[in-house]
Ligand binder design. Sequence first.
Ligand SMILES: [Zn+2]
Length: 243
Amino acid sequence: MDCENSTHRYPLRYVACMSYPRSGHHLTVRLLAGYFGEQFRYCQFYDRPAGCCGQFPCTARDVNLTKNHDMDLGQTLGLGLPKLRELPYLVLVRNFLDAAVSDYNLYLREHEDSLETWQSFAQRKLGYYQRFVRKWILLDDDVEKLVVRYEDLTSRPEEWMGRIVGYFAPGEPIVLERIRELVSDALLEDVRPRETTMLYHFGVRNRRRIEDFHHYDPVFFSRLESQLWPELRELGYQPRYAA
Ligand SMILES: [Zn+2]
């Protein structure tokens, strides 16, 4: 994955990534690191032990991206992280139903599975999703942001990676050929309750179907979708289950 590109010094800026869990954050980071090479620096403060400053925004001068899910919004009264005028934000989101199913697969690593557990998990996450989407996407503010839906990133990866790359290095030419290579060669982390399998050279595409989920139930999904309909519609999603 070495590239001629990494010898070019881009004037990369620092972007704060706010992502709803399971919306393609790691995929985006891998693509950016592939594109910009060693110049791209990621704040690793969530690593244990922390690999960076442990603060938001990142205080390291050469860092280009921080990861945040603004989890505090999971609490009904949580205010979450500050919106800072001087920072450009990259907001990653995905249809709640798919994100919740994917998130639940991770949750099963530390919890027992049951239909009840899944349903209360989904119901709890629904409030978090609502607050996350309202705060970071729907609220009319004058913060600079690029909103990327996972569905767009995985169905039109070249176009959307181009936009993301351009967001980090405004005004710089975008090397489409390089993006094409990275997209077709991308690694997919296949997250399952027991393990994560790395599918190398899988390419950027969405391979999950929620119909394959072991608690799949159109009636329950319809209920979730109806509750979130104002947000999902604003995000441009089509109804799948709600009447
Ligand atoms: Zn940092």
